[in-house]
Design a protein. Structure first.
Lengths: 404, 147, 404, 147
């Protein structure tokens, strides 16, 4: 193993396996795994209300993580960071707490056709409950969104716009700044789904024009079970709580309760302090690698992979022709071969990819493909893996019984 | 059998050169089956005579090799059999996929037995059973979309 | 360290600290910590949709955990087990999905006065949204609930009854079987909050008469961030989804979606597979200790602690006089000393207890005490700790400036 | 100072023998403060003359030793001072609790400086500031519950 970027990832030390399913979940470096274990071995306790050393230290660790995240995405204040389980929960929190209370019949919600189901179904729900319309910004086959689409699909009665910063299928970055500008012009709130951008590019919620921003720990090398919701203070403060229970109240009587200020108001029940500590460690780790290195390596790997696919007859890939706009993700198909069969066959070569619709059915319909295979790489992947992948891909059709 | 062997020895042939793919004009029963997670869609058409014997059966639609091949093999097995026999075969197949089939059951599955190793590819089980579930419904519910 | 029950808990190896805050969160044995790390080091991937070895193995590990939990609490089928973050989320899921859709004006919801806020605020919410009444079953000062209370507080228009199996303040076990019998008699659904019972006594949801049962991993030696909702199949199947997103659908079109069957319907977004694996390891661990041993040790420690408190002038404890019905929990006060000061002073002796209202304000009001201190023990605590605790407690009044 | 020393050297005396606990009949201002997480309740009564000088001030209510003592110490400090001076002292105290106070600020805090180490007991900070926050409100909002 000569790829030093794999050093901290024990699971990747066995060169037999090629892990190309990073858009689904990344691997965790030992620094993250150890930070979690260390928490349990040294200061484990229930944070927030403790009056003893461990609990004070757990609280500090938990709140340090919040501050670190705030700084990582350019939030104004740590209290704008709410810990959730994952992006999906963050988006549902917005939908239930902001959506159902601020959107009504006659209003409009706009999303893009590139959305992951997690940034679609919550808005379908709000649309159904409130009677508001749901409008799609469409994209070209390579994932481009035109200025006209942005203007025409965000009409003046729009109350909320939600868009992924990076598509989990095409890897393309959406013109979030333009979308949020239009959203704000018509007085709508802008939600940015950063599940696929936070692992790859620096985030500045202010520059994005994001009123809300969400991401998942597990896609950024943190443990599973911890996610983030960023919301502008003014918005969070005006929103009613979502989950109700311990730790999110000031006082409770038999029939009534006074809620705690943000962020506690939105963190009902015992918090996942160990998860937050793991996420802080992941952020330290990603910074130690550096986003420049990350995108350079991803770009290079994408370029190689795309070039490889181009040499394979019957193979086609989707999205932009240029490797820089793929965020490590290359989605493709091989004619005559169903992506599930492609994935099963590649599995026999110990290559891990995803196949299906990647929780983006409307996008697949829009692109006119029933399903696709997706190779998604991260900075710890390397050229030799891409080469092995391409070699295997070349043989897929013959393994599936075709003469050529 | 490892995955590549399953493909080579059984799936590919049935997928690329199915014996029972097509449409018939006067089916007794017709039903669509969908496997939403992979977008597979299959249509089964059955012609069953007054004695309950499956005279002819075909499938159409698109899907992965596993679902297509499994469907073709299934039809191989049940054409000419009675409704009851087909039900029995289906039960045996479902049990085999769960790794619970008896020796006897494996026997009546004939060529379909080769799909037993699909059980080691849990994500593909849904593909393998798509046709079978659809046939099961036809047999159990006697549903007539057309007559 | 001669207490072998501490062997697997590295954090407890430093005999300096006495951890008596187990009702807030337990410690995790190395078996649990390692199971989680091991998952990340060997098969980490996104379960459920994977077509490659790691993903298949993650899925199996995740589903094994589900089966193990089903067996642990006597569920009929593994599909009756939904993974959540904690008890609070489980209770909110019931409140949002079952409560808001089955309870209306004119109906009644009954809880007990002993509830934790997490089993109270969700029902306050449902009551406010629907207009249904909220009724309290009261208890005697030592936590006893009379048959008359059960009958009279569960009137015939009751649609849902929710009660803790064990109180987190008094440690007393509530007469759940009687409550659920009455609930079912009037056609109500019975929710049992097992957050404080699952760590201490064997659970059989059928014998309890529980239609829903919830508990938290972190209170039963599992990692933070994983919890359980059990629901009877018929109920879960008829309920609409709560969180909307990836993995919980069959198919999605632009304006509509078909949901997956249970349990997936309720598990939106990337699941916390590592947490589930940790919970499975915790269940194995608790079984290896055995509930008999656990309650014997807890009973013995409670008896000692109560006897010790009795020897301290100005000290009083709450709840039953008999140690068997305390589940390791002894809540107390020292006259003239605010519990927060007691906790701060005990902290200087490296003793970890909780002080305040323990997320049970209505119960404190009912008992007529503004706040209390709580020592909560688990099987790994021991007699020498109780002795040190009592010695420290004896001196609290003098540390707080009293002559005696 | 460790926790026990803070109690011994400062909190206990003010908690057990407060100088300013009680009620007055004709306060200019009166306000309740609540720390819900521990159930502490404090009532402040202030008598401020036409020149803005705090003539007298008392507290009543129940709470932990930290909140009671901190309140008593606070009143020690501000009685006889002007409204403006009291505000300045409050600011200094808040900054001290956050560990941000300057030398000068610490100086005007006199005895209250002994509470600086409360900052190491974050869970108790709310107790320590309860009286101060309530006084701050009285001074800033000029709120009159009674006159
Ligand atoms: C009886 C009871 N119910 C519910 C809860 C809430 O559990 P969690 O904070 O893990 O959601 C707790 C513990 O905090 C509890 O003791
Ligand atoms: C763009 C996008 N949004 C949302 C999600 C949902 O994230 P999670 O499953 O962590 O909630 C994903 C990943 O699955 C994603 O790729």
């Amino acid at each position: 193993m000569t790829n030093v970027f794999k050093n901290d990832f024990e699971i990747l030390h066995d060169d037999k396996y090629i892990y190309f399913d990073n858009a689904a979940t990344t691997q965790r470096p030992r620094q993250v795994i150890n930070a979690v274990s260390e928490f349990y071995r040294t200061i484990n306790s229930n944070p927030l209300r403790g009056l003893y050393k461990w609990s004070v230290e757990s609280t500090q660790a938990y709140e340090n993580s919040r501050r670190k995240i705030a700084e990582f995405i350019g939030a104004k204040d740590a209290s704008e960071i709410i810990f959730t389980r994952n992006s999906t929960e963050s988006l549902n929190l917005i939908a239930y707490s902001w959506g159902l209370n601020n959107i009504k019949k006659g209003d409009n919600i706009t999303v893009t056709i590139l959305e992951h189901h997690s940034n679609l179904l919550p808005w379908q729900m709000v649309s159904k409950v409130t009677g508001a319309s749901l409008t799609y910004i469409e994209c070209s086959p390579d994932g481009e969104i035109s200025d006209e689409e942005i203007i025409s699909r965000i009409p003046s009665n729009t109350k909320l716009v939600s868009a992924a910063e990076v598509s989990n299928v095409l890897g393309v970055r959406l013109p979030i700044e333009k979308i949020s500008k239009r959203a704000h012009k018509v007085g709508a709130v802008m939600v940015v789904d950063g599940a696929q951008s936070a692992p790859h590019i620096p985030i500045d919620v202010k520059a994005l024009g994001a009123d809300f921003f969400v991401f998942s720990g597990h896609k950024i090398m943190a443990p599973m079970g911890i996610g983030v919701l960023y919301g502008k203070s003014e918005l969070l403060e005006a929103m009613p709580p979502f989950l109700h229970g311990g730790e999110m109240i000031e006082s409770v009587s038999r029939y009534d309760a006074v809620y705690a200020p943000v962020p506690e108001k939105f963190e009902a029940g015992t918090v996942n302090a160990a998860g937050a500590v793991g996420l802080a460690a992941a952020i330290d780790y990603i910074k130690s690698i550096g986003f420049d290195t990350i995108s350079q390596r991803e770009e290079n790997l994408c370029r190689l992979l795309i070039e490889g696919i181009k040499t394979i007859p019957y193979a086609e890939y989707y999205g932009s022709k240029s490797a820089e706009t793929h965020s490590g993700i290359v989605t493709f198909n091989i004619e005559g071969c169903h992506p599930h069969d492609v994935a099963s066959i590649l599995d026999t070569e110990n290559i891990c990819i995803r196949a299906g619709q990647h929780c983006a059915q409307p996008l697949h319909e829009h692109l006119g493909i029933p399903a696709s295979a997706r190779a998604s790489m991260y900075f710890y992947n390397d050229e030799s893996e891409v080469e092995r992948f391409i070699e295997a891909l070349k043989k897929v059709r013959s393994w599936l019984g075709y003469e050529h | 059998m490892n995955t590549k062997d399953i493909y080579r020895e059984i799936i590919n042939e049935h997928n690329l050169h199915p014996s029972h793919k097509g449409e018939i004009n006067d089916p007794s029963y017709e039903l669509d089956g969908v496997n939403p997670s992979c977008g597979d869609k299959i249509k089964l058409q059955f012609k069953i005579d007054e004695n309950g014997i499956i005279e002819d059966a075909v499938f159409s639609g698109s899907g992965c090799a596993v679902s297509q091949a499994s469907c073709d093999i299934m039809l191989d097995l049940v054409i000419g059999k009675t409704r009851d026999e087909a039900e029995k075969i289906t039960e045996a197949f479902m049990r085999m996929i769960k790794g619970e089939a008896s020796e006897e059951e494996l026997e009546i599955l004939e060529e379909a037995e080769a799909l037993a190793d699909i059980a080691h590819m849990p994500a593909r089980v849904k593909c393998a059973v798509l046709g079978w579930r659809t046939m099961e419904k036809i047999l159990k519910e006697n549903r007539r979309e057309t007559l």
